[in-house]
Design a protein around this ligand. Structure first.
Ligand SMILES: Cc1cc2nc3c(=O)[nH]c(=O)nc-3n(C[C@H](O)[C@H](O)[C@H](O)COP(=O)(O)O)c2cc1C
Length: 139
């Protein structure tokens, strides 16, 4: 059984809804999940968990949110090399390029990225199932 940190930033609630679903997926598969707002997470908490799900919507121009999420992520990523990580987030008008760039970055940093899920706006039934599956992969 894994203890999973679900760490997220959300401006209008869509990625937050995904975070809830990922946590539900972890728990349904027998793991434990802590939902953590990104401003409350830092590298010194990594040792408390077995696996990690990071959630951030597409912001800027296909970028991670750069006031709260990116500073946290920049700090923790080097300490996550080899760790089991899943990525998720919501987007609207483009096609998910921010997630491709994020996955590529995480791969290059040596993270064990098990999968990622994107949802257009609020997670629909298909994205709901995908978020639950993502959580189960980490449990
Ligand atoms: C400042 C800003 C920048 C955004 N940039 C993008 C973008 O580059 N590509 C995209 O597909 N959606 C973009 N969006 C849309 C958000 O990703 C989308 O509304 C998402 O559902 C927000 O998730 P949240 O409810 O978790 O904050 C942007 C939204 C805002 C407010």
């Amino acid at each position: 059984m894994s203890k999973v940190a679900v760490v997220y930033w959300s401006g209008t609630g869509n990625t937050e809804a995904m975070a809830d679903l990922v946590a539900q997926g972890v728990r349904a598969a027998g793991g434990t999940a802590d939902l953590v707002q990104c401003s409350d997470f830092s590298a010194d908490r990594i040792a408390d968990f077995d696996a990690f799900a990071f959630g951030c919507p597409a912001m800027g121009d296909e970028e991670l949110e750069d006031t709260e999420f990116l500073p946290m992520y920049d700090e923790v990523e080097p300490a996550l090399s080899g760790q089991k990580v899943a990525l998720f987030g919501s987007y609207d008008w483009n096609d998910g390029e921010w997630m491709e760039l994020w996955e590529q970055r995480a791969d290059e940093a040596g993270l064990n990225v098990v999968d990622s899920v994107i949802a257009k706006d609020y997670p629909d039934d298909e994205a709901t199932a995908e978020c639950m599956r993502l959580g189960a992969l980490l449990a």
